[in-house]
Design a protein around this ligand. Structure first.
Ligand code: IPM
Ligand code: MG
Length: 360
């Protein structure tokens, strides 16, 4: 029996609701598969803890995580804590402390979900966005001086290192190679940003030489937004900087029909440290506690985590169950349905236990 040690950090807002749903589905999968078992450590790290103790992560917390095989993360952020405090208090110390430099964001139109793109259905939009996750525009490099004075200055300096760019390019080419179309678009802005982005393009061309079987092209980030809307079928795998991919992945999620279904993995491809998997949607206070949060992103996130743990058949079974439930119209209100988090979770678990759903 393979045992995977998972740290569960549901944290804030709808995080606990969707992570509980995901853990239920994972239990159902492990029970039916029989080949693996998850050993889950539940951690209460989040904004409530921060308000009580002054720290999101307790003393020795990162050491505790270090021994895990993966981290299943909900969402962080609270209305009464500034966003940069919560983010730099919990998620970024994990992502940066464990050098999770590759952020992977698969997006596709699930059956039963309507894309705002006219005539686009499942198969027309099937992308994998690879986001550089350790440096670039979000490196945290900058400062403020002369605070409050008319001459106040703030800098936010993007950092691009050869090591950082080369490793994300290599990861992206490999990811593209592993998908049927073997097609990679390198997003850039090397017309206006003439240092970091020019180096980015040069390194892309160097790395491409090692991947003759991958077809690749370059697109300026502004033009990329148009291409995503106008020619979604021309795109497969995409690699972009931290900032560019942050923006493009929200657009991708919207074009696929909902931010409520989009997952992400913060991955250390070298597996020196645990990788962290999370839904993209964030805390969503407006619906917290109402029982209507969409658990699909959390399920898809769990599937990404299973793939990373090399439990591929289980990951595929989970996604097949999710697709069957979506196709049957069992959808939460954010994607036009009337089902609750529990309804969707129950339906997914039933399919995993072998039930057939009525299709309409
Ligand atoms: C995302 C989110 C975060 C990010 C925010 C909350 C800082 O937008 O996962 O895309 O940009 O990393
Ligand atoms: Mg974002």
């Amino acid at each position: 029996m393979r045992v995977h040690r998972i740290a569960s950090i549901p944290a804030d807002g709808i995080g606990p609701e969707v992570i509980a749903a995901g853990l239920e589905a994972l239990d159902a999968l492990a029970a039916r598969d029989g080949g693996f078992r998850l050993e889950v450590t539940h951690l209460d790290w989040g904004s409530a803890r921060y308000k009580q103790t002054g720290a999101y992560i307790p003393e020795g917390g990162l050491d505790l995580l270090r021994g895990m095989d993966a981290i299943y993360f909900g969402a962080v952020g609270a209305p009464d804590v500034p966003d940069h405090i919560s983010l730099w208090g919990l998620r970024l110390p994990i992502a940066q402390g464990f050098d999770q430099y590759a952020n992977v964001r698969p997006t596709r139109i699930l059956p039963g979900i309507t894309s705002p793109l006219r005539d686009a259905g499942p198969g027309d939009l099937d992308w994998l966005i690879v986001r550089e996750n350790s440096e670039g525009e979000y490196a945290g490099n900058g400062g403020r001086t002369h605070r409050g004075l008319p001459e106040e200055v703030a800098t936010e300096v993007a950092i691009f290192t050869r090591v950082g760019v080369e490793r994300i390019m290599r990861f992206a080419f490999q990811a593209a190679r592993a998908r049927p179309r073997k097609l990679l678009t390198v997003v850039t802005k090397s017309n206006a940003q003439r240092f970091g982005m020019v180096m980015w393009d040069e390194i892309a061309a160097e790395v491409a030489a090692d991947f003759p079987d991958v077809t690749w092209d370059k697109e300026l980030v502004d033009a990329m937004t148009m291409r995503m809307v106008r020619k979604p079928r021309s795109i497969d795998t995409v690699v972009a900087t931290n900032l560019h991919a942050d923006i493009l992945s929200d657009l991708a999620a919207a074009l696929a029909g909902s931010l409520g279904v989009a997952p992400t993995g913060n991955v250390d491809p070298q597996r020196r440290y645990p990788s962290m998997f999370e839904p993209i949607h964030g805390s969503a206070f407006d619906i917290t506690g109402k029982g209507v949060a969409n658990p699909v992103a959390s399920f898809w996130t769990a599937a990404l985590m299973l793939e990373h743990l090399d439990e591929r058949p289980a990951a595929a079974a989970l996604m097949a169950a999710v697709e069957q439930v979506c196709a049957a119209g069992i959808l939460t209100p954010d994607i036009g349905g009337t089902a609750t988090t529990k309804d969707v979770t129950r339906a997914v678990c039933e399919v995993l236990r072998g039930a057939n759903l009525p299709t309409d």
